[in-house]
Write a protein that binds this ligand. Structure first.
Ligand code: HEC
Length: 102
């Protein structure tokens, strides 16, 4: 009986994990210090990430990473992410609603 319960728990575990924030959301938490919660930058100094297309965000992050687009801060930051992580970040911010206050 115990074994059966253990198996059921193990099978159910990935389902429970789905309620956790996505990997993209977790990666994006790092960006919030400068780009605001969920990419909704407040004020006009920094560009707003929320609502930009996934393609544009991904292209920009790759441009920062390769040095194609110059930026002191974002070059350093973008270099810390793999291509797969950049896609997850881009997908996350593209899915956020632009403009709303959190
Ligand atoms: C220390 C502050 C800081 C952090 C943290 C930060 N950024 Fe930035 N980000 C900036 C600044 C400053 C700019 C404007 C740079 C420029 O245009 O040269 C920028 C620009 C961008 C742009 C270009 C947007 C546009 O419309 O031109 C993207 C995309 C971006 N950041 C993504 C991210 C992501 C994703 C993260 C988290 C992994 C992140 N940033 C974390 C400061 C930061």
């Amino acid at each position: 009986m115990f074994r059966l319960m253990l198996i059921v728990t193990l099978i159910a575990a990935p389902g429970l994990a789905r309620a956790e924030p996505t990997i993209g959301a977790r990666l994006a938490a790092t960006c919030a210090a400068c780009h605001g919660t969920a990419g909704n930058t407040q004020g006009s100094t920094l560009p707003r990430l929320a609502g930009q297309s996934q393609q544009a965000l991904s292209a920009t992050l790759h441009a920062f990473k390769t040095g194609q687009r110059e930026s002191t801060i974002m070059t350093q930051i973008a270099k810390g992410y793999t291509d797969e992580q950049i896609e997850l970040l881009a997908a996350y911010f593209a899915a956020q609603k632009s403009g709303g206050r959190p």
